[in-house]
Each structure stands twice: as structure tokens, then as C-alpha cells.
Design a binder for this molecule. Structure first.
Ligand code: FAD
Length: 266
């Protein structure tokens, strides 16, 4: 039997209070990772604090030069959003490519980046666009948020409430997906902005990372051929039953070229 207390809260303040009163409590968003972890006995929280009833954590808004997405927005909502499709089309493409229809209808932006699976798609979009993660306590720049495999800058009791994405001039995302789960074997997000080009890679290493050499090359020539032959070192890349580190290193160049081509095609 699972033994935990279930709390359905209606505000971020209520959720924070529940977390503060019990160090063994865990937040529940879409449950697409956490419920599986409970079933496999990989997690055994004393309390589950369900964020599903918090209206202030939902919704997608265009705000000046930014698109602000509530942490409880599902992947399906991001994929279908007119504002996202118009201003950051590659983010809609990224959300549409996550998992299957059920996962997209349940899984959330906040749950995805809090969990930080090394093969998750959103970390590439969040870092590639230089987004800001807003919590109930502070704002965290994307470059400071992802710390390693399943590791983020979040402190105990901290709740992601929304993510603010600056609108780029151009952007593209390309993923070589695991054919069963659709998780990224390698995914590359490229964004051209007024202050330079950002290239963020997910799936290849323990956590999302940027490729400065590609960013420099694309700043000089925003074209697929500028990056497709740049080799990243396979020294720190993942090697598993799905792909060797060497193959992942090769895929980074291929996916980066395709991401740039996708950005130029819009
Ligand atoms: C079959 C399958 C296929 C999938 N394929 C893909 C894929 O192709 N690409 C991809 O990127 N992902 C994929 N996923 C993952 C999925 O997209 C979810 O994003 C992910 O499981 C976590 O989101 P969630 O909302 O379900 O969070 P939950 O499972 O509810 O929570 C995950 C963790 O985040 C914490 N958390 C949740 N919300 C917050 C918050 N607001 N603030 C702080 N902490 C929080 C929870 O306490 C928990 O530790 C797949 C999942 C499944 C089951």
C-alpha cells in the first residue's frame, strides 16, 4: 500500500505552507514522472501536495517581448498556444514532440524542468532561449538553473510558478527521438536574438549544455553549414543502450544543422 497524505491546494502560498510544515512532502504536478516513481517505490513522500487546483500557475501570456508560461501549463497547451506558435514557434514544436498524447495532456512545464531528466526536451528550450524561471522565492536565469543529472538550483520548499521566455528573432528545435518514449537521444535548440545566438543541447550529456563554438559560428553565419561540421567532444556525453557517446556527439552537429534550417524555414 502507498501511505501518504493527499492535499489539494488552491494557491501557491497554501502549497508552500504545506511543504514548509513537512520536509517529507512532495509537489505533484502532472504526475507523469512522480506517480511512476511512487509505483516503483523509488519515492515515498509522506504527503503529496497537488498543484492542479492552483489557477495562478496556469495560463500563457504575451507580455511585451516575452511569453510567460505558467508552470502548470501542460505540454499540449503550450503546443496549441497561438502566442507561442506566433512568437516562439520552435517551443510549440518542442512541446508537440514530447511523449504521446496522454503525456502531453498531463505533463507540465514546471514538472519537466523541476525533474530535469537528462533526455527531457524543455531544458533545451529554456536554456536555448535564455528564459527566466520564476519561483515562489526568486527568479533564476536558465544558465544557473540546471545543475546536473536530475539536479537543479531549486531549494527545499521552492515552487516554480512560471517561466518567462524572451521572444527571439528566429529559433528552431530538432530532436533525434527515442522511437518508444520520444525522449531526446539528442535534441538541439537554436535561437537567434538581438544579443547573439544560443545553442542548447539536451539528451547528449548528463544535463543540458550550451555549445559556444556553434554559437560563435552562427553569429557570423546563421546557416546550417556553419555548425553541422563542428564536432563536440564525446568525453562527457552519455553512453547507453540507446546510443554511444560517439554517436551522440555526431548527432549534436546533425541536429544543430537541422534546427538552424528549421529556424530559417519560418
Ligand atoms: C511515457 C512517457 C514519455 C515521455 N516522453 C517525454 C519526452 O519525449 N520528452 C520529455 O521532455 N519528457 C517526456 N516525458 C516526461 C513528461 O513530459 C513530464 O514532463 C515529466 O514526467 C514531469 O512533468 P509532470 O508535470 O508530470 O511532473 P510530476 O511527475 O508531477 O513531478 C515531477 C517532479 O517535479 C516536481 N515538481 C512538479 N512541479 C513542480 C513545480 N511547479 N515546482 C517545483 N517542483 C515541481 C515534483 O515534486 C516531482 O519531483 C515522458 C513521460 C512519460 C511517462
Amino acid at each position: 500500500m502507498y501511505a501518504f497524505n493527499y492535499h489539494k491546494v488552491s494557491s501557491v502560498a497554501d502549497a508552500a505552507a504545506k511543504l514548509a510544515s513537512n520536509s517529507e512532502a512532495k509537489l505533484l504536478a502532472g504526475g507523469q514522472t512522480l506517480i511512476a516513481a511512487l509505483k516503483m517505490r523509488l519515492a515515498s513522500p509522506s504527503d503529496l501536495v497537488d498543484l492542479g487546483g492552483i489557477a495562478e500557475m496556469r495560463g500563457i501570456k504575451a507580455d511585451g517581448g516575452k511569453i510567460v508560461i505558467g508552470a502548470m501549463s501542460t505540454h499540449a497547451e503550450v503546443a496549441a498556444s497561438k502566442d507561442v506558435k506566433q512568437s516562439i514557434p520552435a517551443l510549440a514544436v518542442l512541446a508537440e514532440g514530447i511523449g504521446d498524447r496522454m503525456v502531453r495532456n498531463m505533463g507540465t512545464l514546471g514538472g519537466s524542468i523541476a525533474n530535469t531528466d537528462p533526455a527531457a526536451d524543455y531544458p533545451a528550450g529554456v536554456v536555448g532561449l535564455g528564459a527566466t524561471i520564476v519561483t515562489n522565492q526568486r527568479s533564476i536565469a536558465a544558465d544557473d538553473f540546471f545543475k546536473g543529472m536530475y539536479d537543479t538550483a531549486l531549494q527545499p520548499g521552492e515552487i516554480i510558478t512560471k517561466v518567462s521566455f524572451p521572444v527571439p528573432q528566429k529559433c528552431g528545435y530538432s530532436k533525434f527521438a527515442n522511437p518508444a518514449s520520444r525522449y531526446a537521444i539528442v535534441g538541439v535548440f537554436v535561437a537567434q536574438t538581438a544579443s547573439g545566438v544560443r545553442v542548447a543541447v539536451t539528451g547528449a550529456g548528463p544535463s543540458v549544455f550550451r555549445v559556444p563554438e556553434m554559437e560563435k559560428a552562427l553569429a557570423a553565419n546563421f546557416a546550417p553549414e556553419a555548425v553541422s561540421r563542428i564536432k563536440v567532444s564525446d568525453g562527457n556525453l552519455n553512453s547507453d543502450m540507446h546510443a554511444s557517446a560517439e554517436y551522440r556527439a555526431h548527432l549534436v552537429g546533425v541536429m544543430a544543422g537541422r534546427a538552424v534550417a528549421a529556424a530559417l524555414a519560418r
